[in-house]
Design a protein. Sequence first.
Length: 396
Amino acid sequence: MIIREKYLEDIRPFYDKDLIKVITGIRRSGKSTLLEQIIAELKKKVNQNHIIYINFEDVTYTKLNEFQKLNDYILNLLKDKQKYYLLFDEIQNVAGWEKTINSLKATQNVSIFITGSNSDLLSGELATYLSGRYVSFKMQPFTFKEVCLLKKPSNYEDLFLDYIKWGGMPQRFEFEEEKQIRTYLSDVYDSIIMKDIIRRFKINDLDLFNRIMEYMMTTPAQSFSADNIVNYFKNYDNRVVSKETIYNYLEYMCQGLLINKVERYDVRGKRILNGKYKYYLTDLGLGRIMNTSKKEQLGAYVENIVYNELKYRGYDIKIGNIENTEIDFIALKDGKKEYYQVCYQIGDNEKISEREFGAYKEIDDNYPKYVLSMDKFDLSENGIIHKNIINWLLDK
């Protein structure tokens, strides 16, 4: 176990606030462990009897599957008027959970933390459930820097190649053999698909959904075209599939946190290009288990890793479009802007160099412009900063 300091740093200022602390994230991304770390910090200043933790995936608490039962159970544990700290893990397993949470917040001296994985808790409906009285924190699987803290490697490059292949789901690092890792990730994937997507959205055409899901998981960081998928099913399966169905399925996948949708931004026109998206995997390991025969796309994989890292660092991210050129990422935070081009390796390939560095020719502002690759020598030119991607991920 490693300390998820970035998340703790974000949450600490709210430990004693009456806002409900909502921690969301894909299944098995470390939410339960984060709650344990919060509890460890609370114990340094709070009487242990005033810390109540319930994991609703623990069969011990199966009987608390309905909001009134949970409410009665908690009220029975509140013995005095001092502040209690209530930490509820996977709260969505309680029917009507928001009624108990809202009631406890309104009537008791409590600080409430909740985690959840499913679409109810991750969707825009959360604001309705909690009447705006909450602050949310979204967890991701391990970053590469966190993996290095865990593994303490002697060779960063070998570990990075492993990270490209199997991703950063925390528990997968408990296994050494490829077969065990694949089995574990398959179980996580199946749990997300069944519990957070298929049941939630009542998907009936499982074959179509699974085929679109496989396409998205095995082709990350690619420009998406619903027309291409519609034509594929029409030409090869003699099957009519509507674009509306495809986009609905993609939205379900986003709400289950398997993939993330990124908008395109017209750099010259300073506007969002509607209907023009790219999709990135929350974790490459979950894509790996679906990719048993397709050729590896190392460039797309490292681009996906950079997207997840920028997201972890708190950036708002867009894909840049300027005339016939694409900027991989425009990263915005605190009123500042950064540009990123990402490729696996440049070497002495002039064509790749021109593609990556030349993408910035039409951008005349003074915001930082980066090219990230696996190259170990500095290729910076004309004010464009080149960095080795591993060093960038480690903040070196």
